[in-house]
Design a protein around this ligand. Structure first.
Ligand code: PLP
Length: 392
């Protein structure tokens, strides 16, 4: 099929909920993708931070294929070796205690919110279920995670939303303190807001947030659906701040391209959810977990993470050296990069795609780059050549 034939099928039969580019990807290697018409693109998006090892990584394919040829699914009435191994790695890397596996970021956050409310309910009874979230956050598309998302544009059409969410501006500890009353059980935050514009939390703020939560027995949930799994040059972004959250959520990059989400519980909540209190038919799928074991094993190596950090710096040095007239700011960590631009970032995104480069946007004025963590320097150079031409 050609791009146009694939696009026509989509337009006729699929709900038109996305503003798609007129490109139908059919194959890829590393950070280079080809569409159905045979046109090649440098990919600075990895899906949206999903293909952490790039397209068709050999080790990842081997892990997935081996599992496919053994057993493709089992119900949660049974024990799964790959899920156990994956959980062990995530627990050892995070310092948290236990994992629950689901299928997406939104589900991971739903689970985290359930966990926090149950902890508070067990200890303090009813009426202490409010979750504080940050303005410009993004936590997912279910009714509850839309409510958790601190952007008004997401709070239309689907009323009634789940009750019990309050929003405070990021990096404003006084606002947070003022919002805390006897009804609050948790704070949920992305260490670097992804969809909201690649907005980093300040280290001082995160430290104060951690302290405040400790003092009031409020659970700190870090949504690392986008920032986790090596994206920022550390395995988890929380490591940049010298603190540990009570609950951690993961998804996007964890499966290397297959759907998986997870929430991790620290000491306080490791035994809060008992038999029958949470579940997922597809959660902890062995094929997906086998791929994730490969991703985590590779990405967690110190040399690999150092390389992510180095490539991130390389991106920023080259962008700064180009003295681009359309660029007003550069932010992010590792290979989670936000380029603040003058003009509409969506226009640049389309110009880039026309020239053979895939980028993302975030917030109102940011071009966001989330390249595969394994991108080569040659691919970075080719992509940056296009990007700097468009932003000069
Ligand atoms: C993408 C994202 C989500 C939602 O993940 P889905 O897998 O699309 O449900 C939640 N939180 C953050 C920070 C994200 O970037």
């Amino acid at each position: 099929m050609t791009n146009n034939e694939i696009i026509s099928l989509d337009h006729e039969y699929i709900m038109q909920t996305y503003g798609r580019l007129k490109i139908a990807p059919v194959s890829g290697r590393s950070a280079t993708m080809a569409d159905a018409d045979g046109r090649e693109y440098i990919d600075f998006t990895s899906g949206i931070g999903v293909n952490s090892l790039g397209y068709c990584d050999e080790g990842w394919i081997r892990a997935v294929e081996e599992q496919l040829g053994s057993i493709q699914h089992m119900s949660n009435y049974f024990y799964c070796d790959k899920a156990g191994q994956l959980a062990e790695s995530l627990v050892k890397l995070s310092g948290l205690k236990r994992v629950f596996f689901g299928n997406s970021g939104a589900e991971a956050n739903e689970g985290a919110i359930k966990l926090a409310r149950k902890y508070s309910h067990d200890k303090y009874g009813e009426g202490r279920a409010t979750v504080i979230s940050l303005v410009n956050s993004f936590h997912g598309r279910t009714i509850t995670t839309l409510a958790a998302t601190g952007q008004d544009v997401f709070h239309h059409y689907f009323e009634p939303f789940t009750e019990g969410f309050k929003y405070v501006p990021a990096n404003d500890i006084a606002a947070l303190e003022a919002a805390i009353d006897g009804s609050v059980c948790a704070v949920i935050a992305e260490p670097i807001q992804g969809e909201g514009g690649v907005n980093e939390l300040d280290t001082d703020y995160v430290k104060a947030l951690r302290k405040l939560c400790d003092e009031r027995d409020i659970l700190l949930i870090f949504d690392e659906v986008q920032t986790g799994i090596g994206r920022t040059g550390k395995f988890f972004a929380f490591e940049h701040f010298g603190i540990k959250p009570d609950i951690l959520t993961l998804a996007k990059g964890l499966g290397g391209g297959l759907p998986i989400g997870a929430f991790l519980a620290g000491e306080k909540t490791e035994n809060t959810l008992g038999a029958g209190m949470h579940g997922s038919t597809f959660g902890a799928n062995p094929v997906v977990c086998a791929g994730a074991v490969e991703v985590v094993g590779r990405v967690s190596k110190p040399e690999f993470l150092a390389e992510v950090a180095k490539k991130g710096e390389y991106f920023c040095e080259k962008l700064l050296a180009a003295k681009l007239s359309k660029v007003v700011g550069l932010r992010g960590k590792g290979m989670m990069i936000g380029i603040q631009v003058v003009g509409n970032p969506k226009d640049y995104l389309h110009d880039c795609a026309d020239a053979g480069l895939l980028v993302l946007t975030a917030g109102k004025d940011v071009i966001r780059l989330l390249p595969p963590l394994t991108i080569t320097y040659a691919e970075i150079d080719r992509g940056l050549e296009i990007l700097t031409e468009i932003l000069k």
